[in-house]
Design a protein around this ligand. Structure first.
Ligand code: ZN
Length: 261
């Protein structure tokens, strides 16, 4: 079974910075999608901020199993209607992989419900990622640790909710540490946050990073989607209770009334 992926890229620094364009001539999103497409079980396309509806129309998301999100400079330019559409799709079971500086993306902050803040330093430090969950599918085929010679430092405290699982922690040359691979479930959707990927370094060309992304796509793909009821909040009338009950006490709502939101 093929997992259908959209790699969403903000595509801002690729246009503005010659360094970034040099490392990623087809964009970071293009590099990631092409790495994923090496896997016969994955079919990846791209979408960018500058596309109509940011390339994330309802029709397109309907056919998407996993959305990958990279953003940095233009989080505020992402249309709130598209954010709501993505969040609702995640609740219904679409997988979401959030990369690097997308910790401040509207979609991620909305799904985490927390500040998602961290400490950082752009100094080309060595990052050493340690696998903390060796049996986890996202870590399949990886060594017990791997290094990225140049990366931006992200340090704790990372202002996210306690994850379901911590797959990686990172050490940085300057001494900081960071929980760099975290899983969540929101509604029926699987979410994976993966830290590396600063745009001035060739991180997404790294074989171990590409292995993580391929594994994460397959992990995040929920074969069974939630039905339409995933976001409904229906009233269950007294008459339809599974065991007979008698109505007691005062009430505010009339039978059959829509709930308040
Ligand atoms: Zn960065």
């Amino acid at each position: 079974m093929t997992t259908k992926v959209i790699v969403w890229g903000e595509n801002v620094h690729e246009q503005k910075s010659e360094t970034v364009r040099g490392i990623y001539p087809s964009g970071m999103h293009g590099c990631i999608a092409s790495a994923l497409n090496d896997d016969p079980d994955i079919s990846a396309e791209t979408a960018i901020l500058q596309d109509p509806e940011h390339g994330l129309s309802a029709e397109r998301l309907d056919g998407t199993d996993v959305l990958i999100w990279w953003g940095h400079a233009a989080h505020g330019e992402v249309d709130d209607a598209v954010v709501e559409r993505v969040v609702e799709r995640v609740w219904h079971g679409m997988g979401l992989i959030v990369l690097h500086s997308a910790h401040f993306a509207k979609v991620f902050m909305r799904l985490m419900g927390s500040p998602c803040n961290l400490t950082w330093r752009e100094a080309g430090e060595r990052e050493r990622l340690w696998v903390t969950a060796p049996g986890h599918p996202i870590a399949a085929g990886l060594p017990d640790h791997f290094e990225l010679e140049n990366e931006e430092m992200y340090g704790e405290p990372f202002g996210v909710p306690e994850p379901l699982e911590t797959i990686f922690i990172s050490w940085f040359q300057g001494g900081e540490a960071f929980r760099s691979g975290l899983t969540y479930r929101r509604g029926a959707g699987n979410i994976f946050y993966f830290r590396p990927g600063h745009e001035t370094y060739p991180t997404y060309h790294d074989a171990n990073v590409q292995r993580v992304l391929k594994n994460a796509v397959k992990w995040a793909h929920s074969v069974r989607r939630a039905e339409g009821s995933a976001i409904d909040a229906p009233n269950r009338p007294v008459k339809e209770a599974l065991e007979p009950i008698e109505e007691r006490g005062p009430r505010l709502h009339k039978d059959g009334e829509e709930g308040l939101r």
